[in-house]
Ligand binder design. Sequence first.
Ligand SMILES: Nc1nc2c(c(=O)[nH]1)N[C@H]1C(S)=C(S)[C@@H](COP(=O)(O)O)O[C@H]1N2
Ligand SMILES: [Mo]
Length: 156
Amino acid sequence: MQPESIGLRTDALLNLSGEVRVPARLSVATLRSMPQRETTVRFECRTSGLRRHYFSGPLLVDVLHASQPLFDPAERKDRLRFLISIQGRDGHRAVLSWGEIDPEFGNTAALLAISMDCRDLDEEGPHLVMPGDRCGARHISQVAEIKVHADDRLRG
Ligand SMILES: Nc1nc2c(c(=O)[nH]1)N[C@H]1C(S)=C(S)[C@@H](COP(=O)(O)O)O[C@H]1N2
Ligand SMILES: [Mo]
């Protein structure tokens, strides 16, 4: 019997891996235990029109730092060769650059939301929020996988 059919809750786990010292499987409850931000975003989708949502959760950059990406600690610009691929349960994905979410560079306050419009996302998994995006496609729901990549061709 599936746990759902006997009324038990199954919390989604997010797999965080790649060029990091501490790969992790994170629950929404774990993300909720980190410092939280709130934001309201508006975007326009070509198929569903104008949308507006309220989210809360930790900053993506804080979650990634906790897994200790393999940066050269002596060189700030080493961070700029790192990429982050973020994938939803359904396979929808987007690639971000470290530079766009780094407070010393693009400083986009991307969140891994643990609630959407005041509804907890423990069973669905976290929601990527990209404040400032004009289209909704990077607001990825049910995030299941985050991978950190280093582009070694950019070294030097
Ligand atoms: N996992 C996943 N997230 C996704 C998508 C998707 O196909 N899969 N579509 C995106 C697109 S194109 C839009 S416009 C928004 C729409 O979000 P909403 O319907 O919750 O407002 O979800 C985004 N997040
Ligand atoms: Mo969309």
